[in-house]
Design a protein around this ligand. Sequence first.
Ligand SMILES: [Zn+2]
Length: 312
Amino acid sequence: MKKNQVQFQAGMSLMTFLDRYGTEAQCREALAKARWPGGFRSPACGHTGHCHLAQRDVYQCNRCKRQVSLTSGTLFAQTRLPPRTWFLAIYLMTQHKNGISALALRRQMGVSYNAAWLLKHKLMQAMVERDSEQALGGIVQVDDAYWGGERHGGGTGRGSPSKTPFVAAVQCHPEGHPIAMRMDVIPGFRKTVLASWAKHHLAPGTAVVSDGLNCFPGVLEADCTHVPLVTGGGPPSKGHPIFGWVNTVLGNVKNALHGTYHALRPKYLQRYLSEFCYRFNRRFDLAALVPRLIVAAARTPPLSYRLATLDV
Ligand SMILES: [Zn+2]
């Protein structure tokens, strides 16, 4: 049997991770590089000359004397956890195919459950924001999807009140294979909602392929074209090879979330969906996920506990 190149890649081994990020000094150096790729710059005046005041652990600009800590203004701020602990969490979260729960993170990291939970949600928020910078384009298959409700007598089918609706979108190569995907929690499947979603997340000129649900022509307002495929609830149309992918990835994300997380509150669903998509979109180079998420977190503003737990 031919091996799937994506599934069989080595990723980053724990040994390699420890070689690169095993000490606090290594992690601080990596964080400084991620934050200031061209070397330190004063956030106040842009000057690069600086010194490190060891006693207070801050960098001071030689010109304006502004002092900044290594983590201030980044996602790593406002926490007592050292960079080494954060980096271990980044490793564990990116190298597990189906994600890792806060409970499992807590055990691996030796911190409290609340600390592990908050750290995980901060990193997931960085993933939400990173992938929102990149619009899908070309040929994109979209479908309506729902989370939850099955086990609480909320009924099944579209529009059940106990279910959380989200759009699933997969950008496909003209030959059919998936390139990138995103999943976004939305208030409901209405034409105006889909128009707004498409304006934020699809490049103009995108060819949107969907089933015949009435809201999808809303993407026309975002200068996209719409190709409706009427399936009548049956199996995906065989004449369109790209139609199957969105169903496949939806099956994968639901299995992953059900398997890894026992109780997933709807208000946090976006972060879990984005975490899954973030890994999927970078699946061709798993080892690079660790330095890439470090860079993303270094460029994401701090997220307070209040914001992390706010209704989103
Ligand atoms: Zn300065």
